[in-house]
Design a binder for this molecule. Sequence first.
Ligand code: CA
Length: 237
Amino acid sequence: MFLSQKMGNINILIVEDEQRLADILKMHLEEYGFKVETAYDGYIGKQMAEKKIYNLIILDINLPLINGYELCREIRKTNTATPIIMLTAFGTPENKIAGFDAGADDYVVKPFDFRELLARVNVFLRRSESDSSLPKKLKIADLEMDLKTKAVTRGNKKIDLTAKESLLLETFLKNRDKLLTRDFIIEQVWGIDFDPNTNIIDVYVNYLRKKIDKDFEPKLIHTKFGFGFYCSERKEL
Ligand code: CA
Protein backbone atom coordinates (compact mmCIF):
# COMPACT_ATOMS: atom_id res chain seq x y z
CA MET A 1 0.00 0.00 0.00
CA PHE A 2 1.22 3.46 -0.91
CA LEU A 3 2.39 5.45 2.10
CA SER A 4 3.79 8.92 1.84
CA GLN A 5 6.68 10.02 3.97
CA LYS A 6 4.83 13.26 4.54
CA MET A 7 1.64 11.45 5.55
CA GLY A 8 1.44 13.19 8.94
CA ASN A 9 1.04 16.47 7.09
CA ILE A 10 -1.84 15.31 4.95
CA ASN A 11 -5.16 16.74 6.10
CA ILE A 12 -8.42 15.11 5.14
CA LEU A 13 -11.89 16.48 5.80
CA ILE A 14 -14.83 14.05 6.04
CA VAL A 15 -18.33 15.54 5.74
CA GLU A 16 -20.79 12.79 6.62
CA ASP A 17 -23.91 12.90 8.79
CA GLU A 18 -23.87 9.20 9.66
CA GLN A 19 -21.65 9.82 12.65
CA ARG A 20 -20.73 6.17 13.11
CA LEU A 21 -19.52 5.90 9.51
CA ALA A 22 -17.65 9.22 9.76
CA ASP A 23 -15.93 8.11 12.96
CA ILE A 24 -14.95 4.70 11.56
CA LEU A 25 -13.50 6.31 8.41
CA LYS A 26 -11.61 8.82 10.55
CA MET A 27 -10.20 6.04 12.73
CA HIS A 28 -9.08 3.93 9.76
CA LEU A 29 -7.53 6.86 7.91
CA GLU A 30 -5.70 7.92 11.05
CA GLU A 31 -4.29 4.38 11.32
CA TYR A 32 -2.68 5.10 7.95
CA GLY A 33 -1.16 8.29 9.32
CA PHE A 34 -3.52 10.89 7.87
CA LYS A 35 -4.78 13.83 9.90
CA VAL A 36 -8.55 13.69 9.75
CA GLU A 37 -11.29 16.13 10.74
CA THR A 38 -15.01 15.44 10.56
CA ALA A 39 -18.14 17.52 10.07
CA TYR A 40 -21.60 16.00 10.59
CA ASP A 41 -23.57 18.45 8.46
CA GLY A 42 -23.09 20.52 5.32
CA TYR A 43 -23.05 23.87 7.09
CA ILE A 44 -20.20 22.96 9.45
CA GLY A 45 -18.44 21.23 6.53
CA LYS A 46 -18.64 24.45 4.49
CA GLN A 47 -17.20 26.53 7.33
CA MET A 48 -14.33 24.10 7.81
CA ALA A 49 -13.56 23.91 4.08
CA GLU A 50 -13.49 27.71 3.91
CA LYS A 51 -11.19 28.10 6.88
CA LYS A 52 -8.53 25.63 5.89
CA ILE A 53 -7.10 24.13 2.71
CA TYR A 54 -7.36 20.34 3.02
CA ASN A 55 -5.37 17.92 0.88
CA LEU A 56 -8.52 15.93 0.20
CA ILE A 57 -12.23 16.09 1.03
CA ILE A 58 -14.59 13.12 1.39
CA LEU A 59 -18.12 14.35 0.92
CA ASP A 60 -21.45 12.60 1.48
CA ILE A 61 -24.32 13.68 -0.81
CA ASN A 62 -27.34 13.46 1.51
CA LEU A 63 -26.40 15.89 4.26
CA PRO A 64 -28.48 18.10 6.54
CA LEU A 65 -28.49 21.91 5.95
CA ILE A 66 -26.36 21.93 2.77
CA ASN A 67 -26.30 18.82 0.57
CA GLY A 68 -23.12 17.39 -0.92
CA TYR A 69 -23.68 18.70 -4.46
CA GLU A 70 -24.27 22.25 -3.21
CA LEU A 71 -21.36 22.10 -0.84
CA CYS A 72 -19.09 20.82 -3.60
CA ARG A 73 -20.13 23.73 -5.84
CA GLU A 74 -19.48 26.19 -3.03
CA ILE A 75 -16.01 24.79 -2.40
CA ARG A 76 -15.17 24.87 -6.12
CA LYS A 77 -15.94 28.60 -6.34
CA THR A 78 -12.71 29.31 -4.50
CA ASN A 79 -10.80 26.03 -4.53
CA THR A 80 -10.40 23.93 -7.67
CA ALA A 81 -7.27 22.15 -6.47
CA THR A 82 -8.39 19.97 -3.53
CA PRO A 83 -9.57 16.54 -4.72
CA ILE A 84 -13.16 15.78 -3.65
CA ILE A 85 -14.41 12.20 -3.40
CA MET A 86 -18.18 11.87 -3.10
CA LEU A 87 -19.94 9.14 -1.19
CA THR A 88 -23.15 8.24 -2.96
CA ALA A 89 -25.91 5.79 -2.12
CA PHE A 90 -26.82 5.56 -5.81
CA GLY A 91 -24.35 4.48 -8.47
CA THR A 92 -26.53 5.53 -11.42
CA PRO A 93 -24.89 7.48 -14.28
CA GLU A 94 -27.19 10.45 -13.49
CA ASN A 95 -25.89 10.58 -9.93
CA LYS A 96 -22.29 10.30 -11.02
CA ILE A 97 -22.65 12.99 -13.66
CA ALA A 98 -24.39 15.28 -11.15
CA GLY A 99 -21.42 14.81 -8.83
CA PHE A 100 -18.88 15.56 -11.56
CA ASP A 101 -20.91 18.59 -12.68
CA ALA A 102 -20.76 19.89 -9.13
CA GLY A 103 -16.97 19.61 -9.31
CA ALA A 104 -16.26 16.25 -7.64
CA ASP A 105 -13.25 14.26 -8.85
CA ASP A 106 -14.42 10.77 -7.97
CA TYR A 107 -17.17 8.90 -6.17
CA VAL A 108 -17.54 5.77 -4.08
CA VAL A 109 -20.88 3.98 -3.97
CA LYS A 110 -22.19 3.02 -0.52
CA PRO A 111 -21.84 0.51 1.00
CA PHE A 112 -18.13 0.30 0.23
CA ASP A 113 -15.12 -1.51 1.56
CA PHE A 114 -12.70 0.82 3.38
CA ARG A 115 -9.83 -0.44 1.19
CA GLU A 116 -11.68 0.79 -1.90
CA LEU A 117 -11.90 4.29 -0.46
CA LEU A 118 -8.28 4.17 0.71
CA ALA A 119 -7.13 3.16 -2.78
CA ARG A 120 -8.93 6.18 -4.28
CA VAL A 121 -7.58 8.53 -1.63
CA ASN A 122 -4.07 7.31 -2.45
CA VAL A 123 -4.57 7.81 -6.20
CA PHE A 124 -5.30 11.51 -5.66
CA LEU A 125 -2.59 12.11 -3.12
CA ARG A 126 -0.02 10.34 -5.28
CA ARG A 127 -1.19 12.39 -8.26
CA SER A 128 -0.79 15.69 -6.41
CA GLU A 129 2.61 14.58 -5.07
CA SER A 130 4.04 13.57 -8.43
CA ASP A 131 2.69 16.80 -9.93
CA SER A 132 5.33 18.73 -8.00
CA SER A 133 8.07 17.22 -10.19
CA LEU A 134 6.32 18.16 -13.43
CA PRO A 135 6.75 21.42 -15.30
CA LYS A 136 4.67 24.12 -13.67
CA LYS A 137 2.92 25.28 -16.83
CA LEU A 138 1.59 23.60 -19.94
CA LYS A 139 1.30 25.69 -23.11
CA ILE A 140 -0.05 25.33 -26.59
CA ALA A 141 -0.45 28.28 -28.98
CA ASP A 142 -1.61 31.18 -26.74
CA LEU A 143 -3.26 28.87 -24.20
CA GLU A 144 -1.59 28.34 -20.84
CA MET A 145 -2.44 26.14 -17.87
CA ASP A 146 -0.76 26.55 -14.50
CA LEU A 147 -0.54 22.99 -13.15
CA LYS A 148 -0.39 24.06 -9.55
CA THR A 149 -3.30 26.46 -9.41
CA LYS A 150 -5.06 24.97 -12.48
CA ALA A 151 -5.55 28.54 -13.71
CA VAL A 152 -6.12 28.68 -17.48
CA THR A 153 -5.67 31.62 -19.83
CA ARG A 154 -6.00 31.96 -23.56
CA GLY A 155 -4.64 35.10 -25.21
CA ASN A 156 -4.34 36.60 -21.70
CA LYS A 157 -8.06 36.03 -21.10
CA LYS A 158 -8.81 34.10 -17.90
CA ILE A 159 -10.90 30.98 -18.50
CA ASP A 160 -12.96 29.34 -15.74
CA LEU A 161 -13.19 25.58 -15.94
CA THR A 162 -14.97 23.03 -13.75
CA ALA A 163 -12.87 20.31 -12.12
CA LYS A 164 -13.64 17.77 -14.87
CA GLU A 165 -13.10 20.25 -17.71
CA SER A 166 -9.79 21.14 -16.13
CA LEU A 167 -8.71 17.49 -15.90
CA LEU A 168 -9.83 16.93 -19.49
CA LEU A 169 -7.80 19.91 -20.71
CA GLU A 170 -4.80 18.76 -18.67
CA THR A 171 -5.05 15.31 -20.27
CA PHE A 172 -5.10 16.92 -23.73
CA LEU A 173 -2.18 19.23 -22.97
CA LYS A 174 -0.02 16.45 -21.55
CA ASN A 175 -0.64 14.44 -24.72
CA ARG A 176 -0.55 17.17 -27.34
CA ASP A 177 -0.27 16.12 -31.00
CA LYS A 178 -1.33 12.59 -30.06
CA LEU A 179 -4.54 10.86 -31.06
CA LEU A 180 -6.33 9.91 -27.83
CA THR A 181 -8.92 7.15 -27.81
CA ARG A 182 -12.18 7.58 -25.94
CA ASP A 183 -11.18 4.76 -23.56
CA PHE A 184 -7.91 6.52 -22.71
CA ILE A 185 -9.67 9.82 -22.01
CA ILE A 186 -12.36 8.14 -19.89
CA GLU A 187 -9.70 6.36 -17.86
CA GLN A 188 -7.70 9.56 -17.29
CA VAL A 189 -10.63 11.81 -16.48
CA TRP A 190 -13.39 9.61 -15.05
CA GLY A 191 -11.62 6.46 -13.85
CA ILE A 192 -11.38 2.95 -15.19
CA ASP A 193 -14.75 1.69 -14.02
CA PHE A 194 -16.76 4.39 -15.76
CA ASP A 195 -19.10 3.14 -18.48
CA PRO A 196 -17.36 3.92 -21.83
CA ASN A 197 -20.71 3.76 -23.64
CA THR A 198 -21.98 7.05 -22.27
CA ASN A 199 -21.66 10.20 -24.36
CA ILE A 200 -20.11 12.04 -21.43
CA ILE A 201 -16.87 12.65 -23.35
CA ASP A 202 -18.66 14.40 -26.20
CA VAL A 203 -20.59 16.49 -23.70
CA TYR A 204 -17.44 17.58 -21.88
CA VAL A 205 -15.37 18.12 -25.02
CA ASN A 206 -18.15 20.47 -26.16
CA TYR A 207 -18.11 22.32 -22.84
CA LEU A 208 -14.35 22.69 -23.13
CA ARG A 209 -14.46 23.83 -26.77
CA LYS A 210 -16.98 26.53 -25.94
CA LYS A 211 -14.59 27.90 -23.36
CA ILE A 212 -11.16 27.54 -24.97
CA ASP A 213 -11.78 27.34 -28.73
CA LYS A 214 -15.03 29.06 -29.70
CA ASP A 215 -13.75 32.64 -29.60
CA PHE A 216 -10.15 31.89 -30.54
CA GLU A 217 -7.90 30.78 -33.39
CA PRO A 218 -6.33 28.36 -34.05
CA LYS A 219 -8.75 25.69 -32.80
CA LEU A 220 -6.95 23.32 -30.45
CA ILE A 221 -9.30 20.40 -29.79
CA HIS A 222 -10.02 18.24 -32.84
CA THR A 223 -12.28 15.24 -33.42
CA LYS A 224 -11.15 12.20 -35.35
CA PHE A 225 -14.42 10.52 -36.15
CA GLY A 226 -14.58 6.89 -35.07
CA PHE A 227 -11.28 7.15 -33.13
CA GLY A 228 -11.26 9.88 -30.55
CA PHE A 229 -9.80 13.35 -30.11
CA TYR A 230 -6.50 15.20 -30.28
CA CYS A 231 -5.12 18.50 -29.10
CA SER A 232 -2.92 20.29 -31.61
CA GLU A 233 -2.26 23.64 -33.24
CA ARG A 234 -2.44 21.77 -36.53
CA LYS A 235 -5.76 20.78 -38.10
CA GLU A 236 -4.44 17.38 -39.18
CA LEU A 237 -2.07 15.17 -37.22
CA1 CA B 1 -25.94 11.01 4.61
